[in-house]
Each structure stands twice: as C-alpha cells, then as structure tokens.
Design a protein around this ligand. Structure first.
Ligand code: GLA
Length: 388
C-alpha cells in the first residue's frame, strides 16, 4: 500500500503539514514474554508501520484523524483535558504519549493537528500500537524541542501503554520501533537496556510472517495475568535466592530451586521464562555463526514452550506453525508477540516461499475457517522524521 501522508493531511485539514514522521512495527524472532522478566529479546523493526503528518497549532487544541479509522472522523480534544476513555479507541495511544511526556516534564505548550496512516495489519500482534505511540513521541519531541533520544522516547512510550492504556507490557515493542536498524535484528537485554545489532544474514532464506487473522481477544487481561503469575513465582524464589528477576536464573539454578515455587502454574510460567532467555542467547550465537538451521530449531522449542508452559498460543497459531514445519523449505517457525492470536514468524528458504504460501493458505483455512495472510519481511530502520 502506497501511503502519501502529506496528501492525507491536506485532504483532512486543508493546509500543509509541518512535519512527516514514521515509526515501524516489529516482529520478534525469539525471546517471547521475557522482556518484563529481565530477559533478552531479539526483535527487528519492519518496513510496515505508522506514518504521521502534523502541524503545531497556536492554541491548546489537538485534532486527531486516522485514515485507518475514517468512521471516527476528526477527534478534537483540549491539552488541558487529556484523559483515558475506553470509547476513544485508538486516540488513547497518542493521548497517552502527550500525557506521559507532560508528567515527565516534557510539556507540549501548544496543540497540534495530526493525521495518521498505518499499513500494519491492525490487531495482528506486529505492534501497531507501539508504532503509533513512538511515532507520536518522535513528533512531539521534534515539534517542542524536548531533545530526547530514541531510547528515552521508547521508555516513555512504554510508560504510556502501562499507565495510560493499562496494558502492562515490557519495553520490547517500543524499543524495536524506536531503535530498529536496516538489515539488523536487536539483541536487547531488558534488564540493563544494553543492546547490540546482529546482521540478519539468512543466506538463502527469508523471514515470512503468517497472520492467522485470529483476533487477539482478551489479550490484555491474559497478558497481565501472565505477568502476575511470573511475579508470584519470583516472590517464592526470592524467599531463598537473591535475584531481581526470573531471567537472572540459569536453567540449572532454576532446576535446583524450582520447588520453592508453590503454585504449579506459576512454576511452569517461570520455567518458560528461564529457558526462553537461555534459548535466545544461544540462538543469537548460532545466527552469528551463520547457523540458520540451529536458530530455526530453537524457534521451534520456543513455540513449544509458549504453547505448553506459558500457554499463550492458540489453535490458529499452532495450526500455522505445524503447517509451516511440515514443509521441507521451512527452517524454523513459532508464534510471535503476545500470542492468543496474531502472527507466526517463520524462516523459509527463498526458493520455496511461493509454494509455502500457496500450500499453507488453503490447508490453514480447512482447519480454522480463516484466511491467513503472508508477508515477507526485512529488518528495517527505526522511527524518524521523514522530511523537513
Ligand atoms: C507484547 C508486549 C511486549 C512483550 C510481548 C511478548 O508484544 O507488548 O512487551 O512482552 O508481548 O514477548
């Protein structure tokens, strides 16, 4: 889809925007549900994302419009009245940014007009919400000369999602959107925010994303429930161990101490976190040695653990992954993101991508009744201002 966000702005507000911005979505290759457990994640930014064209106003009004939600029309609010309201839908994300920046001392002293247009499939678990948050953060940082760097914008965007929207997410999505790099995935230590870029050299293979088109129902409440279970497991472990988070434990230490965790469900969740963290670090080492096949095997183990121990997969994600793994051209496959629907990420040999898409679509439909969508993805750059 070709987006001409400047034209969209002129169309809606009948004057020229002052700046044009972009923030990408992300796909996580491995390291799932451990960003909030102090673990390592390995996402990359996508070339799909959210565009915004905006102009500062001379008064305190903000006018929002999204080309993706035309039925909502222009939504007008006042800077002095920024509150979360469920019925305000998508505008809660940019409102959250303005509000959290304000509380952190980065006050927008004037309002603005903004038009968004995004090409990330909505609700697919590719972080369309993080991309609108980060895009708005980059925009107000530029307009009001706050001088924040990209990591600080990512942290504030996470805060907006946690405190304003009420989704208790970790830092991964906002970090990937703000800090993405062309052809590089990001190995991020979520405890220290140390990171390094790892070239995504898959030789004869590519990343293929399967959108199950299963909407992520109850994702927020189930997500917050998982976080609670991990916190319970950590508390039990802390009765004996001096650890700050679950991912400070190596698998051997976990095995020695796991009986401290009284609730068997919390124990399974902790097991996933500990092993997934070790897997992520091992997977990245393999990739650095150009061992895509070894990386792929660990992706499969990650999926199994998310399905059986963390219980965030679902029938549709399992079907997509199973169908992918039946194909000889598949190097690895797993669910990606929060789960409960959304997307699977696969590494597929280039020569077999066409038949992969052709074969899996109809079989997936037979099992689930849903139409899957397929995207070939490349690692892309993070959020930026597109032009003066
Ligand atoms: C969502 C959250 C992230 C992360 C993933 C699971 O995308 O926003 O912080 O926890 O789920 O890995």
């Amino acid at each position: 889809m070709n987006i001409n966000i400047e034209a969209d702005f002129k169309d809606i507000f009948k004057y020229n925007p002052q700046g044009v911005f972009f923030a990408p979505g992300r796909v996580n290759l491995i390291g799932e549900h451990i960003d909030y457990n102090g673990g390592h994640v390995f996402p990359c930014a996508l070339s799909l994302g959210t565009y915004a064209a905006a102009a500062k106003r001379n008064d305190g009004k903000i006018r929002f419009y999204s080309v993706n939600f035309p039925q909502d029309g222009i939504i007008e609010i006042d800077l002095s009245d920024i509150k979360y309201r469920k019925e305000d839908g998508w505008t809660n994300y940019p409102k959250g940014i303005v509000s959290v920046f304000d509380s952190a001392g980065f006050k927008a002293d004037k309002g603005f007009d903004v038009v968004y247009n995004g090409n990330i499939p909505n609700g697919a678990g590719l972080s369309s919400s993080a991309s609108i948050e980060v895009c708005t953060g980059v925009m107000i940082n530029d307009f009001f000369k706050f001088g924040l760097d990209s990591v600080s914008i990512a942290k504030l965007a996470q805060k907006a999602e946690n405190e304003f929207v009420g989704m208790n997410c970790g830092i991964m999505d906002q970090f990937a959107s703000a800090m993405g790099k062309k052809n590089g995935a990001i190995l991020l230590n979520c405890n220290t925010l140390d990171y390094k870029y790892v070239p995504l050299e898959l030789e004869d293979s590519s990343i293929v994303i399967i959108n199950t088109n299963k909407r992520r129902e109850l994702a927020t409440s189930k997500y917050n429930e998982r976080r609670g279970e991990c916190e319970r497991a950590l508390k039990d472990l802390q009765t004996k161990l001096n650890i700050k988070d679950l991912c400070s434990l190596a698998p051997e230490e976990f095995e020695k101490n796991k009986d401290l965790i009284k609730d068997p469900v919390a124990r399974k969740r902790a097991k996933h976190a500990v092993y997934e963290n070790a897997r992520t670090m091992a997977a990245v080492k393999l990739l650095e040695k150009n061992d895509a096949a070894g990386f792929g095997k660990l992706m499969v183990q990650s999926h199994d653990s998310l399905r059986d121990d963390y219980e965030v997969s679902c029938k549709e994600l399992d079907a997509a992954v199973d169908l992918a793994l039946k194909r000889p051209q598949t190097v690895g496959a797993r669910m990606t993101g929060a789960g409960f629907g959304g997307c699977a990420v696969c590494i597929v040999k280039n020569e077999g991508i066409e038949s992969f898409v052709k074969d899996i679509g109809p079989e997936y439909k037979k099992i689930t009744g849903l139409d899957a969508e397929f995207y070939t993805a490349c690692a892309a750059s993070g959020a930026c201002k597109l032009e003066e």
